[in-house]
Design a protein around this ligand. Structure first.
Ligand code: NDP
Ligand code: MG
Length: 377
């Protein structure tokens, strides 16, 4: 299988390369793309010998080209889009973070390349357009996100579904008071109890905005109305998500927490192979499984996301852009964790929603929102 990995230096990208190495001869890596972590990219180039790479800056691209004269080195937004458009690929893993994922995903779909999609922001920003295009082109969108990977495996006939049940670990502040959350430090917020992920998604997991983004992601991936999507806190992260059918039957997907498994499944789908984490699941070791209602007072971002998703149009674009810029500002210690919610809510309240936006309108709303949000820091 000829594949490319966008965001190969990130948490998902690195784990994807571990999967690739575990299956010698199965994959051929056509291209890799990174942001600024050129040192790690160099190691990856030596390891998997791609034909093309892309980095964020021209300066880094020039240095890389000198070191690897035979490699086709690209850079910037055009570089990543060119890599995603290359029809040599049979499948492409989009595991860049944030808004960077949307353009290459659309480019891959336009070129009839199946997409293993980790980047949830793509569907939050433009889920209607992405899924419609994918259907028109008969391109598969295979969800890497563990919850959606689970639902994908549990879902048979959409018309027989009563509801989708998305589980959430609850993040590091599940048992903390609202005051603790308001005063949380960056270090505390980055300390996720179950998953070791990139910084942006780790902060989103602490505010439960991540779960909100996932609700919108699920709506688009599975064409499911929002009142048929339920979020349940499940601290042990053993049940990755479930589908309830109209007859009351519930099908869930389980396993010990691991991103290798959903990453591998999207890369080998529809086939299954032995993987890095392959060892027999043990219900006894899994032990007690708890399920709780999410606390909307402590985690109001979840409600914002339901609201944005239900209203649709460009409101999710505004929410996503405001949230992402606020997360960067929180990581830079410019604002408190709670301000992420307050600023995002404010930006949503003053937005004049555009229904059925074009892709250009989506990018313009995204751009303007980011400018306005930055004025508040
Ligand atoms: P990371 O921050 O660890 O990695 C992000 C990757 O994107 C890095 O390779 C980074 O490059 C690259 N990148 C960032 N900005 C740019 C840019 N402007 N141009 C080119 N490349 C860029 O994120 P994760 O791997 O944690 O997450 C990736 C996506 O997957 C996110 O959308 C997240 O929501 C989703 N996801 C992640 C999960 C996880 O377990 N980590 C689980 C489910 C979904 P560099 O580091 O070289 O600068
Ligand atoms: Mg997830």
């Amino acid at each position: 299988m000829k594949i490319s990995i966008l965001g190969s230096t990130g948490s998902i990208g690195r784990q994807a390369l571990e999967v690739v190495q575990k299956m010698p001869g199965f994959f051929e890596i056509i291209s890799l793309s990174a942001g600024s972590n050129v040192e790690l990219l160099k190691q990856q180039i030596k390891l998997v010998n791609p034909q093309n790479v892309s980095v964020k800056s021209e300066e880094d691209a020039i240095c890389l080209q000198k070191e690897f004269p035979k490699l086709n080195v690209l850079f910037g937004e055009k570089g990543i889009v060119d890599i995603a458009s290359d029809r040599t690929n049979e499948r492409i893993l989009v595991s860049v973070s944030g808004k960077t994922g949307l353009k290459p995903t659309l480019a891959a779909i336009d070129n009839n390349i199946d997409v293993a999609l980790a980047n949830k922001e793509t569907l939050v920003m433009a889920g209607d357009i992405v899924m419609r295009k994918a259907q028109e082109k008969n391109v598969k969108i295979l969800p890497v996100d563990s919850e959606h990977g689970a639902i994908h495996q549990c879902l048979k006939d959409r018309n027989e579904v009563e509801k989708l049940i998305i589980t959430a670990s609850g993040g590091p502040f599940r048992e903390k008071s609202i005051d603790d959350i308001k005063n949380a430090t960056v270090e505390e917020t980055l300390h996720h109890p179950r998953w070791n992920m990139g910084k942006k998604i780790t902060i989103d997991s602490a505010t439960l905005m991540n779960k909100g983004l996932e609700v919108i992601e699920a709506h688009h991936l599975f064409d499911m109305p929002y009142d048929k999507i339920q979020v349940v806190v499940h601290p042990q992260s053993i049940v990755h998500s479930a589908v309830e059918y109209v007859d009351g039957s519930v099908i869930a997907q389980l396993g010990f927490p691991s991103m290798h498994i959903p990453i591998q499944y999207t890369l080998t789908y529809p086939y299954r192979f032995e993987g890095i984490e392959t060892k027999s699941f043990d219900f006894v070791k899994a032990g007690r499984l708890d399920f709780l209602e999410p606390d909307e007072n402590k985690f109001p971002c979840l409600k914002l996301a339901f609201q944005a998703g239900k209203e649709g149009g460009t409101l999710p674009v505004v929410m996503n852009a405001a949230n992402e810029e606020c997360v960067f500002a929180f990581l830079d210690k410019k604002i408190s964790l709670w301000r992420i919610f307050e600023i995002t809510k404010k930006m949503m309240e003053c937005h004049e929603n555009i229904k059925n936006p074009s892709i250009d309108e989506i990018f313009e709303v995204d751009r303007i929102t980011r400018i306005r949000v930055k004025e508040l820091f």
